[in-house]
Write a protein of this length. Structure first.
Length: 285
């Protein structure tokens, strides 16, 4: 059965999409030697903007003319077949996605509150394909609402990207309340895998204070920071994950990093996820 990890923060611009894309791609690379479901990763983009899908499959992800997309899984009763929607990403043969489009996802967000069992629709859709993947990574919109709630209810774990600024940590209390409500009413086993400092500039006093505060408050759940890097911005604008944008000279499942610091940092996150979710991994870089 797949391990489902949702990347969530109710504030925008904190690196959710960057983290979702690079975690999914890094997991796909680490698991690329495994056959069948043990080597497959699914990326689900619950943000109507669809930026995660643009990095995974720029030419095909936002399918405005497709008869059925992710929105149908969330709103139709009975829902369509999830298996039939899944497509292969551009950059990794074992990374897959569910196509979406902005207009229909916006409409789905408006329609969901009026539907029966509106909080569990993504969970039920993903249950159809749980046995076909090792990991499912879910990106989320930067606000509270049924799209975020669905993403949390469907998850086994949550990773919370935290921009290392005072504004970046200001929304954490509200997100923690949302997670607690989901744990109380739907998923008592939902676990915060960690708080991920993003866009970190450690030379700034503000960033140092926030990193120290995260360590104090969350201890073992405070993850190793992702530093601000032009490579990440260029990879995003090129519609790629960082491992595709800055690949090593020779790539295999045991060696996915290059001279780019960002590849090392996201590879470390990937390996931590593999370790904490008890998945067998290969030798680290």
């Amino acid at each position: 059965m797949a391990v489902t990890i949702t990347i969530a923060n109710e504030k925008g611009g904190v690196g959710k999409t960057t983290t979702a894309v690079n975690l999914a791609a890094g997991l796909a690379l680490r698991l690329s030697d495994l056959t069948g479901p043990a080597g497959r990763v699914l990326l689900v983009d619950m943000d109507p903007q669809g930026h995660a899908l643009m990095a995974a499959a720029f030419e095909h992800a936002q399918q405005n003319d497709a008869p059925v997309t992710l929105a149908a899984l969330l709103t139709e009763t009975p829902p369509p077949s999830t298996q039939r929607l899944i497509q292969k990403s551009d950059h990794h043969p074992n990374l897959f996605y569910i196509p979406s489009d902005r207009a229909r996802m916006i409409h789905a967000a408006r329609e969901l509150p009026s539907l029966m069992a509106n909080e569990t629709r993504l969970q039920r859709a993903l249950l159809q394909v749980q046995s076909e993947f090792a990991y499912i990574i879910v990106d989320t919109p930067p606000n509270t609402g049924d799209l975020l709630i669905n993403s949390l209810v469907a998850a086994d774990y949550v990773i919370i990207p935290v921009e290392t600024s005072y504004l970046g940590v200001s929304g954490l209390i509200e997100l923690q309340r949302t997670i607690e409500q989901v744990q109380t009413h739907f998923r008592p086993d939902l676990e915060i895998l960690g708080y991920l400092p993003t866009m970190c500039e450690e030379q700034r006093v503000e960033a140092q204070e926030i990193l120290a505060e995260l360590q104090r408050r969350h201890k073992s759940k405070s993850l190793v920071p992702i530093h601000k890097a032009s490579d990440l911005a260029y990879a995003h604008s090129s519609h790629m994950d960082i491992f595709t944008y800055r690949p090593p000279r020779v790539r295999n499942s045991a060696s996915i990093v290059s001279s780019s610091r960002a590849t090392h940092e996201y590879a470390e996150l990937v390996d931590l996820v593999l370790h904490k979710t008890h998945k067998k991994t290969v030798k680290k870089d």
